[in-house]
Design a protein around this ligand. Structure first.
Ligand code: SF4
Length: 328
């Protein structure tokens, strides 16, 4: 499959104030050298705990936040070199679906106006054609003409997310960055929205970067999965390989945290030690070492590279061959 998106060594940090008396400025490193590719028609799941930098990575790719450095090659061209005007035109091919569909929809606009807006802005349709197109998009996401004149507050969370998906599809994008699109929804609705995303992916030949904090959510939609911890990718693998045999202790811990119906199995799972460290002062060497049951002296001293494990499986762990001992 053709590569649609290639992210190379992406960095993004934020100034978070400082201690003026000490003359020190504090920087929070949200994205610390992230690299990956996304093929046309593929879904790459990007997973990690809250604050690991996954949403910032998605936004930096679309330049909704400006990266500090790196390259974002979209269909072979580096988006970070684009002028504001060229970027606006290119954005038509890259859309984002947000976690909270309510706050991402203008409460003062009707559904017809919300879905029609990108078509108007990009000059893709007007008049009767615009109305036909809006209705077609609405039907694509499982809504109907009776919803056209309603406002976001009149819909359930799942329906609002359907509207958000219709709006993203309006401009016929190639890439959708879906930032926790089902996290705010009930379990049964989550499954419906994921099925819908899969359906429209086939229909419109979309590529997804699907961001989630939970491996169970992305299991059925992802072709490959990237696991992120404190701004760095720690594992990247075909989904079946990662779920069957993770090669990084953090992925193993995330998999162990996926709910299973047998309570005895839950008790055998080793718990992740403590909370994630601050991204302002991350631990030296492997960022994961204070919480890792496999950690040794080397881990505190040397950062492990994201190394090839074979079969397109990458992991950043000095002792990746031992991982699996604590898998339940
Ligand atoms: Fe754990 Fe060491 Fe591997 Fe880091 S490098 S994940 S601390 S074993």
């Amino acid at each position: 499959m053709e590569t649609l998106l290639e992210v190379r060594d992406l960095h993004k940090s934020f100034n978070v104030g400082g201690t003026p008396l000490a003359g020190k400025r504090l920087r929070l490193t949200a994205v610390d050298g992230v690299s990956f590719t996304l093929r046309r028609g593929e879904t790459l799941g990007l997973v990690g705990e809250s604050g690991c930098g996954k949403s910032t990575t998605g936004k930096a790719i679309l330049r909704l936040v400006e990266p500090d450095s790196g390259q974002v090659l979209f269909a072979g061209r580096d988006l970070l070199q684009f002028s504001a005007r060229s970027l606006r035109e290119e954005r038509r091919r890259m859309q984002m679906i947000f976690q909270d569909p309510y706050s991402s929809l203008n409460p003062r606009q009707s559904v017809a106006a919300i879905i029609g807006e990108p078509l108007r802005i990009h000059g893709l349709a007007k008049g009767a054609e615009l109305q036909r197109e809006v209705l077609r998009l609405l039907r694509t996401v499982g809504l109907g003409p009776e919803h056209l004149d309603r406002y976001p507050h009149e819909f359930s969370g799942g329906q609002r997310q359907r509207i958000g998906i219709a709006r993203a599809l309006a401009v016929s994008p190639d890439l959708i960055v879906a930032d926790e699109p089902v996290s705010a929804l009930d379990l049964s609705i989550q499954a419906q929205i994921i099925n819908l995303l899969q359906d429209v992916q086939q229909q419109f030949e979309l590529s997804y970067l699907f961001i989630a904090h939970d491996l169970s959510v992305i299991e059925h939609i992802s072709d490959r999965v990237a696991v992120m911890y404190l701004g760095r990718l720690v594992e990247l693998a075909p989904a079946t390989d990662l779920y069957r045999a993770p090669r990084h202790p953090y992925s193993e811990a995330l998999l162990n945290a996926v709910p299973v119906p047998d309570p005895k199995l839950r008790r055998q799972a080793p718990r992740l030690l403590g909370e994630p460290p601050s991204p302002i002062t991350p631990p030296p060497g492997c960022h994961f070492h204070p919480r890792c049951p496999y950690a040794r002296d080397l881990c505190r001293e040397q950062r492990p590279p994201l190394a090839d494990q074979g079969g397109g499986h990458l992991a950043a762990c000095h002792f990746s061959s031992e991982v699996g001992r604590f898998r339940i």
